[in-house]
Each structure stands twice: as C-alpha cells, then as structure tokens.
Design a protein around this ligand. Structure first.
Ligand code: AMP
Length: 216
C-alpha cells in the first residue's frame, strides 16, 4: 500500500531538514510545495511568476493554484509508492483537496507529523537559514554551516539566503501560519492523524521521534 505522510509545522521549525533525512530512509517521493514554486521561479514559468508575487510578501499562493500544482505532481511515476508532503497542506481547503486526490488513487494520509517550536526559536532559525539554490539543502550560520562558505556540501550549488527569509518577511510568514495554517492542527487531531513532536530538541532526537511515529 502506498504511504502518504505529511510534515507539518510553522516556517523555520526544521521540516526541510527532517525531510532531507527521511527521503533517504523512505522509498516515497518528497513533495515540498515551496521547492516546487522555487523551481518554477528559477525556470521563469508563468506559475513561477505568479507564485513570486505572493512568496515575496510571505503570503500563501492561492489554493486553486497550489492544489493544481500538487495534482499535476501526483501524476508523476515516482509518487506511486507514496509521498512525503512538506509544506502542504497549509489551509483547510488544501487538506480537503488532498484527501480527495488521495481517495481517487485509493489512498489516505497515514500520519501528520506536527513539529512545533516557540516563535522566538523560529525567528532565530529563519534569520540564520541558508538554502542551496540547486538542491534545496538547508544550512544554519552557527549550528550547520556549509563546509565551504557559500557552497552546498551535497551538490556544490550556490548557498543563498532566501528572499522570504529576510527579517521583514519572516514575521509575516509566521503570522500567516498562525492565521491560515494552524487551524489544521485541530482538523488533523480530530481525524486522529496528528503526532506532536517538540522541534526544540536536537535534530537527531526530532528525527528519532519522526521515525518512531511512522513506524519505520
Ligand atoms: P516554504 O518553502 O514551504 O517555506 O514556502 C515558501 C513560500 O511558498 C510560502 O511562503 C508561500 O508563499 C508558498 N507556498 C509554499 N507552500 C504553499 C502552500 N501549500 N500553499 C500556499 N503557498 C505555499
């Protein structure tokens, strides 16, 4: 049976870091909507141009656009064994659409891994976060710098500070999360899908709890 998992939590909590490790472990596709938007942006597609106007201000890209992109991604062969969703769903409408999309393929979300941390921790992490332009690997100025400054350890790509990680946009992204995304906590909890994980713990501990939750 295909396995569908969701990595859920506020911006900067470490979803990307956990996803990087998990995708080596699980034989499922990694679908991160933020990465898909950034990839479109890099290729200067119409979707990329549209998404940029929202991303630059820290706002959510409209549901129908995001859902359409995920629907298209799910037609790709690598999603057959299952998917680790990262940064999706971010609204109740997206969660309902995802449920429908998975039903159409005879599947359902198995677990929602909710990683959380206080706002000051998120802001500290976002302010020091560096991302590889090519493969999306994440670094931190103090706790996880790349071996060579500005160069990705994994693929040699350019490591940069995402425009939406600049201080003015960070706060806005957290506010958007609290307003539009956090209602999903109750939504998934009621469905009995939610596992809460303390994102303030060391990366290894968070990873161990994630792995334990998905029974791998
Ligand atoms: P992320 O890389 O997950 O932090 O996403 C970066 C930006 O992409 C967000 O601030 C949104 O503008 C956009 N984005 C990513 N995922 C979604 C989503 N599920 N719904 C709407 N917008 C999204």
């Amino acid at each position: 049976m295909a396995k569908y998992l969701v990595l859920f939590g506020p911006p900067g909590v470490g979803k990307g870091t956990q996803a990087e490790r998990l995708r080596e472990e699980l034989s499922v596709a990694h679908v991160a909507t933020g990465d898909l938007f950034r990839d479109n942006l890099k290729r200067e597609t119409e979707l990329g141009k549209l998404a940029k106007s929202y991303m630059d201000r820290g706002a959510l890209v409209p549901d129908e656009v995001t859902i359409g992109m995920v629907r298209a991604r799910l037609t790709e062969a690598d999603t057959q064994n299952g998917v680790l969703f990262d940064g999706f769903p971010r609204t109740v409408a997206q969660a309902e659409a995802l449920d429908q999309l998975l039903r159409e393929r005879g599947g359902r979300i198995e677990k929602v891994l909710f990683i959380n941390a206080p706002e000051e921790v998120l802001l500290e992490r976002l302010g020091n976060r560096w991302t590889c332009k090519q493969c999306g690997a994440v670094y931190h100025t103090n706790s996880k710098p790349p071996k060579v400054a500005g160069v990705c350890d994994k693929c040699g790509g350019e490591v940069y500070q995402r425009p939406d990680d600049q201080p003015a946009v960070q706060k806005k992204r957290i506010d958007v999360y609290l307003e539009q995304t956090s209602p999903l906590i109750e939504y998934f909890d009621k469905l009995g899908m939610l596992t809460r994980i303390d994102g303030q713990q060391p990366i290894e501990t968070v990873y161990a709890e994630v792995v334990a939750a998905i029974g791998k």
